[in-house]
Design a protein. Structure first.
Length: 246
Protein backbone atom coordinates (compact mmCIF):
# COMPACT_ATOMS: atom_id res chain seq x y z
CA UNK A 1 0.00 0.00 0.00
CA UNK A 2 1.24 3.47 -0.85
CA UNK A 3 2.03 5.81 2.08
CA UNK A 4 -0.71 8.27 1.09
CA UNK A 5 -3.27 5.43 0.97
CA UNK A 6 -2.23 4.37 4.48
CA UNK A 7 -2.64 7.95 5.70
CA UNK A 8 -6.14 8.12 4.22
CA UNK A 9 -6.99 4.75 5.75
CA UNK A 10 -5.84 5.91 9.18
CA UNK A 11 -7.96 9.05 8.88
CA UNK A 12 -11.02 7.00 7.95
CA UNK A 13 -10.36 4.60 10.81
CA UNK A 14 -10.13 7.46 13.31
CA UNK A 15 -13.33 9.08 12.04
CA UNK A 16 -15.18 5.75 12.08
CA UNK A 17 -14.11 5.14 15.66
CA UNK A 18 -15.41 8.52 16.76
CA UNK A 19 -18.75 7.90 15.04
CA UNK A 20 -19.15 4.56 16.77
CA UNK A 21 -18.44 5.77 20.30
CA UNK A 22 -21.35 4.66 22.48
CA UNK A 23 -22.45 2.00 19.99
CA UNK A 24 -22.05 -1.65 21.01
CA UNK A 25 -19.05 -3.12 19.25
CA UNK A 26 -19.91 -4.61 15.88
CA UNK A 27 -23.67 -4.02 16.07
CA UNK A 28 -23.82 -1.63 13.13
CA UNK A 29 -21.76 -3.80 10.80
CA UNK A 30 -22.87 -7.25 11.85
CA UNK A 31 -25.46 -7.87 9.12
CA UNK A 32 -23.32 -6.52 6.29
CA UNK A 33 -20.02 -8.30 6.87
CA UNK A 34 -21.64 -11.59 7.80
CA UNK A 35 -23.88 -11.30 4.74
CA UNK A 36 -20.92 -10.69 2.43
CA UNK A 37 -19.09 -13.67 3.93
CA UNK A 38 -22.11 -15.86 3.22
CA UNK A 39 -22.21 -14.46 -0.33
CA UNK A 40 -18.61 -15.61 -0.82
CA UNK A 41 -19.58 -19.12 0.22
CA UNK A 42 -22.55 -19.05 -2.16
CA UNK A 43 -20.33 -17.97 -5.08
CA UNK A 44 -17.92 -20.82 -4.35
CA UNK A 45 -20.72 -23.42 -4.15
CA UNK A 46 -22.51 -22.23 -7.30
CA UNK A 47 -19.29 -21.96 -9.30
CA UNK A 48 -17.99 -25.40 -8.40
CA UNK A 49 -21.35 -27.18 -8.18
CA UNK A 50 -21.30 -28.71 -11.69
CA UNK A 51 -17.73 -30.00 -11.47
CA UNK A 52 -17.23 -30.74 -7.79
CA UNK A 53 -19.90 -30.14 -5.16
CA UNK A 54 -22.76 -31.55 -7.24
CA UNK A 55 -21.00 -34.82 -8.09
CA UNK A 56 -19.76 -35.00 -4.50
CA UNK A 57 -23.33 -34.83 -3.16
CA UNK A 58 -24.57 -37.35 -5.73
CA UNK A 59 -21.68 -39.71 -5.06
CA UNK A 60 -20.56 -39.65 -8.68
CA UNK A 61 -17.39 -37.61 -8.27
CA UNK A 62 -14.17 -38.94 -9.73
CA UNK A 63 -11.27 -36.66 -8.93
CA UNK A 64 -7.72 -37.28 -7.72
CA UNK A 65 -6.85 -36.90 -4.05
CA UNK A 66 -5.06 -33.64 -4.79
CA UNK A 67 -8.28 -32.01 -6.01
CA UNK A 68 -10.11 -33.14 -2.87
CA UNK A 69 -7.31 -31.68 -0.75
CA UNK A 70 -7.45 -28.43 -2.69
CA UNK A 71 -11.25 -28.19 -2.32
CA UNK A 72 -11.11 -28.99 1.40
CA UNK A 73 -8.42 -26.41 2.15
CA UNK A 74 -10.08 -23.62 0.18
CA UNK A 75 -13.54 -24.40 1.58
CA UNK A 76 -12.00 -24.40 5.03
CA UNK A 77 -10.60 -20.94 4.37
CA UNK A 78 -14.08 -19.55 3.63
CA UNK A 79 -15.42 -21.20 6.80
CA UNK A 80 -12.55 -19.71 8.80
CA UNK A 81 -13.18 -16.28 7.27
CA UNK A 82 -16.87 -16.44 8.15
CA UNK A 83 -16.05 -17.55 11.70
CA UNK A 84 -13.67 -14.63 12.16
CA UNK A 85 -16.27 -12.18 10.85
CA UNK A 86 -18.88 -13.52 13.27
CA UNK A 87 -16.46 -13.33 16.21
CA UNK A 88 -15.53 -9.75 15.37
CA UNK A 89 -19.17 -8.75 14.87
CA UNK A 90 -20.13 -10.16 18.26
CA UNK A 91 -17.26 -8.37 19.97
CA UNK A 92 -15.34 -11.57 20.76
CA UNK A 93 -12.05 -9.85 20.07
CA UNK A 94 -9.93 -12.18 22.23
CA UNK A 95 -11.20 -15.25 20.39
CA UNK A 96 -10.82 -13.44 17.07
CA UNK A 97 -7.16 -12.77 17.86
CA UNK A 98 -6.51 -16.33 19.00
CA UNK A 99 -8.08 -17.82 15.91
CA UNK A 100 -6.26 -15.24 13.82
CA UNK A 101 -2.93 -16.78 14.86
CA UNK A 102 -4.17 -20.07 13.48
CA UNK A 103 -5.44 -18.24 10.42
CA UNK A 104 -1.96 -16.97 9.58
CA UNK A 105 -0.70 -20.53 9.29
CA UNK A 106 -3.83 -21.57 7.41
CA UNK A 107 -3.35 -18.74 4.92
CA UNK A 108 0.17 -20.01 4.23
CA UNK A 109 -1.32 -23.48 3.71
CA UNK A 110 -3.78 -22.03 1.19
CA UNK A 111 -0.93 -20.60 -0.85
CA UNK A 112 1.12 -23.80 -0.71
CA UNK A 113 -1.80 -26.02 -1.72
CA UNK A 114 -2.92 -23.58 -4.42
CA UNK A 115 0.51 -23.45 -6.02
CA UNK A 116 1.14 -27.17 -5.67
CA UNK A 117 -2.23 -28.02 -7.22
CA UNK A 118 -1.74 -25.62 -10.11
CA UNK A 119 1.76 -26.86 -10.87
CA UNK A 120 0.77 -30.54 -10.60
CA UNK A 121 -2.34 -30.21 -12.75
CA UNK A 122 -0.57 -28.10 -15.38
CA UNK A 123 2.22 -30.71 -15.57
CA UNK A 124 -0.41 -33.41 -16.00
CA UNK A 125 -2.09 -31.52 -18.82
CA UNK A 126 1.25 -31.01 -20.56
CA UNK A 127 1.79 -34.77 -20.42
CA UNK A 128 -1.61 -35.30 -22.05
CA UNK A 129 -0.78 -32.79 -24.76
CA UNK A 130 -3.57 -30.45 -23.65
CA UNK A 131 -1.32 -27.57 -22.68
CA UNK A 132 -1.11 -26.42 -19.08
CA UNK A 133 0.33 -22.93 -19.40
CA UNK A 134 -2.96 -21.20 -18.58
CA UNK A 135 -3.54 -23.24 -15.45
CA UNK A 136 0.03 -22.57 -14.33
CA UNK A 137 -0.41 -18.84 -14.90
CA UNK A 138 -3.71 -18.84 -13.01
CA UNK A 139 -2.21 -20.59 -9.98
CA UNK A 140 0.79 -18.27 -9.76
CA UNK A 141 -1.17 -15.07 -10.46
CA UNK A 142 -4.00 -15.81 -8.03
CA UNK A 143 -1.74 -16.93 -5.20
CA UNK A 144 0.51 -13.91 -5.71
CA UNK A 145 -2.36 -11.44 -5.43
CA UNK A 146 -3.82 -13.31 -2.46
CA UNK A 147 -0.41 -13.39 -0.71
CA UNK A 148 0.11 -9.66 -1.14
CA UNK A 149 -3.20 -8.68 0.45
CA UNK A 150 -3.08 -11.43 3.07
CA UNK A 151 0.45 -10.38 4.05
CA UNK A 152 -0.65 -6.75 4.25
CA UNK A 153 -3.61 -7.79 6.44
CA UNK A 154 -1.19 -9.48 8.85
CA UNK A 155 1.03 -6.39 8.91
CA UNK A 156 -1.99 -4.14 9.65
CA UNK A 157 -3.69 -6.50 12.12
CA UNK A 158 -3.51 -3.84 14.85
CA UNK A 159 -5.47 -1.40 12.68
CA UNK A 160 -8.89 -3.10 12.50
CA UNK A 161 -10.42 -0.80 9.88
CA UNK A 162 -7.56 -1.49 7.48
CA UNK A 163 -7.05 -5.13 8.47
CA UNK A 164 -10.62 -6.26 7.87
CA UNK A 165 -10.75 -4.65 4.44
CA UNK A 166 -7.47 -6.23 3.40
CA UNK A 167 -8.85 -9.60 4.52
CA UNK A 168 -12.02 -8.94 2.52
CA UNK A 169 -9.96 -8.32 -0.61
CA UNK A 170 -7.76 -11.39 0.00
CA UNK A 171 -10.78 -13.66 0.51
CA UNK A 172 -12.52 -12.29 -2.58
CA UNK A 173 -9.42 -13.01 -4.64
CA UNK A 174 -9.93 -16.74 -4.06
CA UNK A 175 -13.37 -16.61 -5.71
CA UNK A 176 -11.89 -16.08 -9.16
CA UNK A 177 -11.87 -19.80 -10.02
CA UNK A 178 -15.49 -20.27 -8.94
CA UNK A 179 -16.72 -17.24 -10.88
CA UNK A 180 -14.80 -18.20 -14.02
CA UNK A 181 -16.65 -21.54 -14.07
CA UNK A 182 -20.13 -20.01 -14.12
CA UNK A 183 -20.85 -21.09 -17.68
CA UNK A 184 -24.55 -20.24 -17.26
CA UNK A 185 -23.52 -16.57 -17.41
CA UNK A 186 -23.12 -15.92 -21.15
CA UNK A 187 -20.80 -12.92 -20.88
CA UNK A 188 -17.31 -12.88 -19.41
CA UNK A 189 -18.05 -9.49 -17.86
CA UNK A 190 -20.91 -11.07 -15.89
CA UNK A 191 -18.59 -13.67 -14.38
CA UNK A 192 -16.07 -10.98 -13.53
CA UNK A 193 -18.80 -8.92 -11.89
CA UNK A 194 -19.81 -11.90 -9.76
CA UNK A 195 -16.18 -12.38 -8.76
CA UNK A 196 -15.68 -8.81 -7.51
CA UNK A 197 -19.23 -8.41 -6.16
CA UNK A 198 -18.16 -8.65 -2.48
CA UNK A 199 -15.74 -5.76 -2.99
CA UNK A 200 -18.26 -3.70 -4.94
CA UNK A 201 -20.82 -4.20 -2.17
CA UNK A 202 -18.23 -3.25 0.45
CA UNK A 203 -17.36 -0.10 -1.48
CA UNK A 204 -21.04 0.83 -1.70
CA UNK A 205 -21.44 0.18 2.02
CA UNK A 206 -18.46 2.38 2.85
CA UNK A 207 -19.73 5.19 0.66
CA UNK A 208 -23.21 5.00 2.15
CA UNK A 209 -21.89 5.02 5.71
CA UNK A 210 -18.96 7.43 5.37
CA UNK A 211 -19.40 9.18 2.00
CA UNK A 212 -15.97 7.91 1.01
CA UNK A 213 -14.61 4.62 -0.31
CA UNK A 214 -11.77 3.13 1.70
CA UNK A 215 -8.48 3.15 -0.31
CA UNK A 216 -7.89 -0.54 0.43
CA UNK A 217 -10.89 -1.42 -1.74
CA UNK A 218 -9.70 0.86 -4.53
CA UNK A 219 -6.28 -0.78 -4.51
CA UNK A 220 -7.88 -4.20 -4.41
CA UNK A 221 -10.22 -3.40 -7.30
CA UNK A 222 -7.26 -2.16 -9.35
CA UNK A 223 -5.39 -5.41 -8.65
CA UNK A 224 -8.45 -7.42 -9.64
CA UNK A 225 -8.79 -5.43 -12.86
CA UNK A 226 -5.19 -6.23 -13.79
CA UNK A 227 -5.77 -9.90 -12.96
CA UNK A 228 -9.02 -10.06 -14.95
CA UNK A 229 -7.40 -8.35 -17.94
CA UNK A 230 -4.59 -10.90 -18.05
CA UNK A 231 -4.96 -14.20 -19.92
CA UNK A 232 -6.54 -16.96 -17.93
CA UNK A 233 -9.75 -15.71 -16.32
CA UNK A 234 -12.08 -17.27 -18.86
CA UNK A 235 -9.67 -20.05 -19.72
CA UNK A 236 -9.15 -21.63 -16.31
CA UNK A 237 -9.04 -25.35 -17.11
CA UNK A 238 -11.37 -27.59 -15.15
CA UNK A 239 -9.52 -30.65 -13.82
CA UNK A 240 -10.27 -33.65 -16.00
CA UNK A 241 -11.80 -31.61 -18.83
CA UNK A 242 -10.32 -29.87 -21.88
CA UNK A 243 -9.58 -26.16 -21.64
CA UNK A 244 -12.51 -23.80 -22.13
CA UNK A 245 -12.22 -20.51 -23.93
CA UNK A 246 -15.69 -19.13 -23.33
Amino acid sequence: MAPNAIAVADAIESRTHRRNVGTPRGVRRRPFYIGVSLLMGLIAIVGFWPTYFGPLVLGTISQPILIHLHATVFTGWLVLFLTQVVLAARGRVAWHVRLGRVGIGYGVLVVIVGLFTGISRSAHRFQLGLGGEHLLFVAIADMTVFSIFFGAAIAFRRRPQVHKRLMMVAATMLLVAAASRMAFLPLLSMRQAVWVSPILLAMAYDFRAQRVVHPVYLIGLAAFFVRASAPGFSRTPIPGLPSRTG
